[in-house]
Design a binder for this molecule. Sequence first.
Ligand code: FAD
Length: 460
Amino acid sequence: MAVRKTKYPMREQEPQKRIKNFNEVPYGYDESTAIEEAKRCLQCKNKPCIEGCPVEIDIPDFIKHVAQGEIDKAVEVLKTKTSLPAVCGRVCPYENQCEGNCTLKKIGEPVGIGRLERFLADYERKKGVVIPKIAKSTGKKVAVVGAGPAGLTCAGDLAKMGHKVTLYEALHDPGGVLMYGIPEFRLPKEIVKAEVDYISKLGVDINYDVVIGKTIFVDELLKDFDAIFIGTGAGLPRWLRIPGENYDGVYSANEFLTRVNMMKAYKFPEYDTPIKIGKVVATFGAGNVAMDCARTSLRLGAEKSYIIYRRSEKEMPAREEEIEHAKEEGVIFELLTNPVRFIGNEKGILTEVECIRMKLGEPDDSGRRRPIPIEGSEFKIKIDTAMVAIGQSPNPLIPKSVKGLKIGKKGNIVTDENGQTSIPGIFAGGDIATGAATVILAMGAGKKAAKAIDKYLKNQ
Ligand code: FAD
């Protein structure tokens, strides 16, 4: 029988309905659709999809079980390599990873690996999560700093190996960006909490509201623990550095999204976190963070939501699905456009942004074509709120407070490929080491570091 060329569709909330709520946009596959989608897999001998997965999930194996209706077995295969499948099944850039390598791409769309992962994770959550066997206690103690995907993965893997793990998180909730950055309509917080609950059940002791480098210092942790993993992420906003950026109404993407997601500003008056939106919002940047800001502002009542980006659509770093969803929801894309200055009134409140049109020149260091301003093409847009979403840098607190820790040019902690830093016993991974990247890369780094820490502890 010929293989179906396209993925089985996944039902979603209608755009006009969903921009009025914060509920998740896609509904996910039901069991029979998941089985049909899994049957599209060619079970290639060379398994190119696994090569594209930073945590090396045995994708063809779990898909084979789904195709045969052996859902519990499929979950078991999936969970041997990932502790956060419901998260990855929603936000992973599969198109550049596992699905990007799928053989079916030669004739049409790849197998919906992400959709199948999501289906399995949701199935398991509803049925009741199975806690795997934990190795006998090694008597070794490890401190993990930061409860984002890197820290959670590292902590979970170390706990399964029999080490006693204590996790320290600066905020009052776990998940890192999964909780404070990615909006509810893309990644419901209940799902993040359920996956963190699984990590706790593996025996990881999570301590909230502890800022390492302020409340407790790394030197002190070194006295109490046999090894340390640092997964403190890249939460330091980058700014446009143009006049008027301090007007009232200009937010960093991080501040805006934290107020909405973690502090539930969208549930006013139940939660009284202040947030200013107005009628017209402009978001600067075109990555996932920018799409999240633009789409969130529509849900908060903005009548117009712009994405302003200095390059063209081809260079936009956001995931295809996010761009598609933003377009469906009515986000206006002003491409090849760069802000020059913000304009405010006598009270210091933002009223306009002046922009300039751009054209693309030769490729720059990033390999993307360099944007060049077109002289005399300046124009103004009246706006009430601006979000700056042009990237984040590594959180500076630990890099600045630990003597002897080698730091890279971008403020990142320098590690080898296994997460070993310049100080024996201190490992690091995720965005703090690479700069802002992806959930799955952070998880991959957490996994590698867990293996390296285990080896280090055995040789101590
Ligand atoms: P983080 O997730 O940043 O977690 C770090 C944790 O450490 C935080 O909880 C922080 O509070 C804590 N911490 C920091 N300093 C300290 C300290 N001194 N003491 C104790 N705790 C500390 N990636 C994707 O793959 N797909 C997407 O769709 C996607 N969308 C995104 C949308 C937004 C809005 C953002 C901001 C990022 C997005 N990313 C996405 C990127 C992805 O979320 C990150 O690459 C990933 O979360 C990095 O994981 P991490 O564990 O290294 O750091």
